[in-house]
Structure formats: structure tokens, C-alpha cells
Design a protein around this ligand. Structure first.
Ligand SMILES: *[C@@H]1O[C@H](CO)[C@@H](O)[C@H](O)[C@H]1NC(C)=O
Ligand SMILES: *[C@@H]1O[C@H](CO)[C@@H](O)[C@H](O)[C@H]1NC(C)=O
Length: 406
């Protein structure tokens, strides 16, 4: 009997191990998330993520960027915009152990070193570096190429890039100008720069720009190739890019590369989300033009603008500043897989978001009345697992961006 019970116990243990194996391979949790306050004295808010993927209340730290925040003008209301003060995705980003944040009110970009011991400990590297444009709203960085690129949405708009090293960011290069006819601060969200991001292999810098049909401004996706790296001067980003205006898109907003594919998942504030492809054209000249592979309207949206892809479900999660929910969409055909209603937590809507492990982290800056919060949702169970309100700090409806440290 005794032996038998040991054997059956062993069998049960093996069976459990077998069942648990996919779990062992499940993607790792992040270590911390970062957002900018975009207040007059701009600062980065760091929130450490525990081993279980959740936040511990009271552990947030604010670190000044040395630059200033500024809000765009809400074109409908005719007053400072917020939440979504910058009309952008990714106003803060990470490459390796460095964090980069834009300063929309002082036309600079700041670089920090993230402490390896404590991810909430940020040390400014050098001084904030001037961007040759106005109202910088989005930043991308490539660890492989040691390049940082900033997109600006003001009266002088476009993309400028630079090299970075442990000593900081070098002088930014000449602006790749976008003729969006804006002011500083810009009147949006239509007709502004949305999101700068690198391709998965870090060989291309993409930028989405929103159209404004009432002003005859056509939105586009710009693609600038990264030049070869040579030992003396390193990689640089080409001044000449390629623009696509995929038929069926109007107000291109936050985007994401799709892991293991050259396709992109884009949000479009005018209808929902789309998968873009550049693989279905054979002629050389057109081979880099993107077209819509599939798209879906998100019913009941106010504006679908931000996206993150979950490594656990290999699906896109999109947010809307005016509707408090996550909408899960397919990376193949942009079909809607799930609508996760979060209205019970009282937030007005969600903006920037990131995914790691089986969790999705989404920022609600609040609206001046409701406090800011980060909502954590399981991509697998489609349930809210934490709602962390951020009160008593200088961080509120102007806040924007989210970067995640792995
Ligand atoms: C946009 O273009 C149309 C057709 O060319 C023209 O009639 C209209 O006045 C233009 N609108 C603006 C705001 O420039
Ligand atoms: C802020 O959001 C809450 C929750 O959606 C809403 O009840 C309130 O009216 C909003 N306040 C403002 C100033 O928009």
C-alpha cells in the first residue's frame, strides 16, 4: 500500500508537471513601467512590478527630466487637451538599460540610466538635448544601433534622430520635415504626429501621422531606413523616407510591430484597428509601400488610438481615451476577439499601454476629477487583476506614455 501510494503520488506529480509545462514557458513578467507626468516640471513616474506581475501600492517614484511638459489644444473643446495631452503613443521608451523621455514644452529629449538594482532609480545622463522641432511627443530607441529618434507635432514638425552612448545623446540630426501645417502647441488630435517606432529588426524607423480630412491633410506612415553601421561613426537614419497612405486609413495613431512578421498593427482613431502589410506587392519600387491587409471597426468607440501586443495571447489590445475598456484584436485579420469592459473601476478611458507576461498594463490619466490609475488586466482570463490609483503626486490628466522594463 505504502509503495503504491508513493507511485501514484509520483504519477500525479508527473501529470501535474506535464500540465504545468506550458506555464513554465510562459513569457516573463516585466520589472517596472514608466510614464511621463508632462507637467510644467516634467517627470518620469516609475512603478516597480512585483514577481507576480502586480504593483505594490506606495512604491511609485517621480524623477524630474530637467525639461518641461506642455499640452496640445483639443480641437473640439478649444482648450488644453487632457487626458491624451500629446495625441501620441510612446512619449517615453526604453533601450537596454536606458530610458528616454520627451519634453514637449522645452523641445528636448532626456536620457536616463536605469539602476540594475532598483528599476525605480533613474539617473539623468547628461542634459536634455535640443530637438530641432517643436512639441516633441513620441520617442523610439534602438539598442542594437544606439539610435534615438523623436517625433514632433508643433509648428516645426517631423522626425529627428541621434546616436546615444553611456555619455548621453549626441546632437540631434536634421529634421525630416512633415508638412502638417500645425501650431505650437498643436490643435489636435487630427493632423498631428502619432508614434515613432523601430521595426522588429531595428532596420527601419516608422512614424504614423494622422490625417485631417477637413483641412485636406492626408495621414501617412513614414518609413526611414537605418544606414549600415560602420565602426567609426555607427549607424544613422536616412533623411529620405518612403510614405504610405494605406487605402482605408485616415487617422493613423499608435502602432506595433507584429513579432515574427513584417506586418504592422495600427490603430486608426477614425474607425478602430488594422493590419498593414508590405509583402503583397512584387515590383521593387512599391515593395515598401504598406497596404491594409485587414481592418475592423470597433463599435462604440470614441477613438481607438493605442495598442500593445501580448506575448501570452499573441493578440493586440487597443485602448480608447473615451471608453474604459480593452478591445482584443487578431494579428492576422484584425477581427475583434474580445471586448473587456472595465467601466466598473470608474476611470473615463485608457491611453498608452504595454504588455508583459500574461498581463496588460494601461494608463488612465484621469480627467482632473477622477484620479489617474494604472489598470492591470490578464490577457488570458480577460479580467482586471489590479486597479492602482495614483494619488498625492504631481501626476494627472496631462500624463502620457508608457515604457516597460523587462
Ligand atoms: C480642400 O480641397 C477641396 C477640393 O480641392 C477644396 O474645395 C476645399 O476648399 C479644400 N479645403 C480646405 C480647408 O483647404
Ligand atoms: C471624468 O470622468 C468621470 C468618469 O467617467 C466622469 O463622471 C466625469 O464627468 C469626468 N469629468 C470631466 C471633467 O470630464
Amino acid at each position: 500500500m505504502h509503495t503504491k501510494s508513493i507511485i501514484s503520488f509520483t504519477l500525479v506529480a508527473l501529470a501535474q508537471q506535464a500540465l504545468a509545462r506550458p506555464h513554465c514557458k510562459s513569457p516573463a513578467n516585466g520589472k517596472a513601467i514608466y510614464m511621463i507626468s508632462n507637467e510644467q516640471k516634467n517627470a518620469v513616474l516609475a512603478l516597480p512590478i512585483g514577481k507576480n506581475g502586480l504593483f505594490t501600492p506606495g512604491t511609485a517614484t517621480l524623477t524630474e527630466t530637467g525639461g518641461a511638459g506642455m499640452s496640445g489644444v483639443d480641437g473640439d473643446a478649444g482648450k488644453p487637451a487632457g487626458p491624451d495631452a500629446l495625441f501620441s503613443q510612446s512619449s517615453v521608451t526604453i533601450a537596454g538599460n536606458n530610458l528616454f523621455a520627451v519634453n514637449p514644452g522645452s523641445n528636448t529629449v532626456s536620457m536616463f540610466a536605469i539602476s540594475r538594482q532598483d528599476p525605480t532609480k533613474l539617473t539623468l545622463v547628461g542634459k536634455p538635448v535640443a530637438v530641432p522641432a517643436e512639441f516633441p511627443v513620441t520617442v523610439a530607441a534602438s539598442e542594437q544601433n544606439k539610435l534615438v529618434c523623436v517625433g514632433s507635432s508643433g509648428a516645426v514638425a517631423g522626425v529627428s534622430c541621434s546616436k546615444f552612448s553611456a555619455q548621453g545623446i549626441e546632437e540631434m540630426d536634421d529634421l525630416r520635415v512633415f508638412d502638417i501645417g500645425q501650431t505650437t502647441p498643436p490643435v489636435g488630435p487630427k493632423g498631428t504626429v502619432s508614434h515613432v517606432f523601430f521595426s522588429e529588426d531595428e532596420s527601419t524607423v516608422f512614424t504614423t501621422v494622422k490625417g485631417d480630412p477637413a483641412k485636406n491633410k492626408t495621414g501617412f506612415l513614414a518609413a526611414f531606413p537605418v544606414g549600415p553601421s560602420d565602426c567609426d561613426s555607427g549607424a544613422s537614419v536616412s533623411q529620405d523616407g518612403m510614405r504610405s497612405t494605406p487605402a482605408g486609413t485616415v487617422v493613423l495613431f499608435g502602432s506595433s510591430t507584429i513579432p515574427g512578421s513584417d506586418n504592422l498593427f495600427v490603430t486608426d482613431a477614425s474607425f478602430g484597428g488594422a493590419v498593414l502589410t508590405n509583402g503583397e506587392r512584387s515590383d521593387e519600387a512599391a515593395s515598401k509601400a504598406f497596404s491594409v491587409k485587414a481592418k475592423s471597426a470597433v463599435d462604440g468607440q470614441s477613438a481607438t488610438c493605442w495598442v500593445a501586443i501580448s506575448p501570452a495571447t499573441k493578440t493586440a489590445f487597443v485602448t480608447d481615451v473615451g471608453v474604459n475598456r480593452l478591445v482584443e484584436m487578431s494579428l492576422e485579420d484584425a477581427s475583434i476577439k474580445k471586448v473587456i469592459d472595465l467601466s466598473a473601476n470608474g476611470d473615463p478611458g485608457l491611453i498608452d499601454l504595454r504588455a508583459a507576461g500574461h498581463l496588460v498594463y494601461a494608463l488612465s490619466p484621469g480627467n482632473g476629477t477622477t484620479p489617474p490609475a494604472v489598470t492591470v488586466v490578464s490577457a488570458v482570463t480577460k479580467k482586471q487583476v489590479q486597479h492602482l490609483q495614483l494619488e498625492g503626486i504631481n501626476f494627472g490628466k496631462n500624463a502620457q506614455g508608457m515604457a516597460l522594463l523587462m
